[in-house]
Design a protein around this ligand. Structure first.
Ligand code: B12
Ligand code: SF4
Ligand code: SF4
Length: 369
């Protein structure tokens, strides 16, 4: 980020919100907000304790340089505002969803892609959503040519969910997800680190009550002050998690999460826990599928999500059995530009073999060759 010789770009929350409204609508972004930097993160201890307890499951990038992760201005002193965006990839989950949430059954075969988490059935959001965020930033640069902004989704050193809460995009659920009361949690999050100076944002460390732009409003009666969680006494996600990865006191142990086992992990999942994967092939949506906020979102009219996130038609050419033996070349040709790429061919073969064994009811007989 370079300093602007003409001095900082100053704007107001109202002006920025007006610009974002037009640009986000053009670029299929559902929610946008902003956080003034530097910003003390009220939930920083959750992150620090999580890493300290080893709950990051050996994903070392999450433990690296925690100070910089908690304060982006340490690496980029000129940064003064973090823009935060959300883009829908599904509008909630129907109750009784026959996807991975059902765990799979040998009697009722379903297409393998239905065993993949919703976010990963179509094109990769690291391309689609990032492209849309960059489109919004290009629009802002037409107004402020000297604007410096660095966009990322998922891969940057930011606690994206906490920033999204601080920017007023939604609340944080016991499943640890960012939930919007009307859109649910089927939302990707992304940020842009900028040198904008915005008057009228919430005080650093205080959550905004609502975003600067939203395709759908938050609660009809906004809370008097932004709240952290609207779960109430519900514990459905904790009760439904097949691996007990969610802590009743808040937080997720990534060592036990099926999303880690099926996407991030190289090698085998914990020995003796094979059956807990059920019929899940890649990623896991169970703790979101059971959430009442998502079931309500499913039944509520809302603009469609980008078509790129629908299951790709070419996925229909394959069967689960093909994935159990898929070679590196074919894996590359089919999945290079999809989220499934992250599992590597070895991981996909491992996952498919495990599902087949679980459906047959004999995980211990799984062939690991
Ligand atoms: C590492 C990671 C994972 C790991 C660990 C997940 C985890 N909960 O930490 C694994 C592989 C398990 C994973 C799984 C999934 N992930 Co992920 N993941 C990330 C990543 C890269 C970092 C998360 C992180 O920093 N974790 C550290 C912990 C401490 O932070 P946290 O979970 O965000 O929790 C914060 C708050 O939520 C809060 N908090 C935590 N627990 C609780 C509980 C309560 C009651 C309250 C009030 C607050 C609270 O405090 C924390 C500190 O700020 C982010 C992208 C990013 N850069 O942020 C994506 C991200 C969180 N993942 C995302 C998605 C979509 C998923 C999956 C749904 C994918 C799937 N279907 O399989 C699952 C969901 C599992 C789940 N319930 O979290 C989205 C979430 C979008 C959303 N609406 O929330 C993100 C933001 C990616 C993106 N850019 O869109 N993921
Ligand atoms: S994603 Fe699945 S395994 Fe992970 S916490 Fe949620 S329900 Fe449990
Ligand atoms: S299922 Fe219940 S406890 Fe879990 S996130 Fe949704 S409302 Fe909160």
């Amino acid at each position: 980020m370079t300093a602007d010789a003409a001095g900082p770009i100053r704007t107001t929350a109202a002006e920025l919100g007006g610009l974002l409204a037009g640009l986000c609508a053009d670029h299929r972004i559902d929610l946008a907000g902003a956080v003034a930097l530097p910003c003390p993160l009220p939930l920083a201890d959750r992150y620090l304790d999580w890493v300290q307890a080893g709950k990051h499951a050996g994903l070392e990038y999450l433990a690296r340089d925690p100070e910089a992760r908690l304060d982006p201005t340490l690496r980029t002193p000129q940064a003064s505002t973090l823009l935060v965006f959300a883009q829908g990839y599904t509008r909630g989950w129907p109750a009784g969803d026959a996807d991975p949430s059902a765990g799979g059954s040998a009697d009722e075969p379903i297409p393998w892609i239905d065993r993949v988490a919703r976010y990963a059935r179509g094109r990769d959001y690291h391309e689609v959503f990032l492209g849309d965020i960059k489109g919004v930033l290009a629009g802002l640069r037409r107004v402020w040519p000297a604007l410096t902004a660095h966009a990322s989704t998922d891969t940057g050193p930011y606690l994206e969910r906490e920033y999204a809460w601080l920017a007023g995009l939604g609340f944080l659920g016991r499943n640890t997800c960012l939930i919007h009361e009307r859109l649910g949690s089927g939302l990707f999050l992304g940020v842009a680190l900028t040198d904008l100076q915005v008057d009228g944002l919430a005080e650093p460390g205080e959550p905004a009550v609502r975003p600067l732009y939203g395709v759908s409003p938050r609660r009809a009666q906004p809370p008097p002050e932004a709240y952290l969680s609207a779960c109430g006494s519900c514990t459905r996600c904790i009760d439904a998690c097949p691996t007990a990865a969610l802590d009743p006191d808040g937080g997720l142990d990534a060592r036990s999460c099926l999303s880690t086992w099926t996407i991030e992990l190289q090698g085998e999942a914990p020995v003796g826990r094979e059956a807990e994967q059920g019929g899940i092939l890649f990623g896991c949506d169970i703790c979101q599928a059971v959430c009442p906020w998502n079931q309500r979102a499913f039944n509520r009219p809302a603009p469609p999500v980008p078509g790129e996130y629908a299951a790709l038609p070419e996925h229909g050419d394959l069967e689960l059995e093909d994935l159990a033996t898929i070679g590196g070349e074919e894996f590359r040709a089919r999945f290079r530009r999809t989220p499934l790429w992250r599992s590597h061919p070895e991981g996909m073969r491992r996952n498919a073999r495990r599902v087949l064994a679980n459906l047959a009811g004999s995980p211990e007989e799984e062939d690991r060759s």
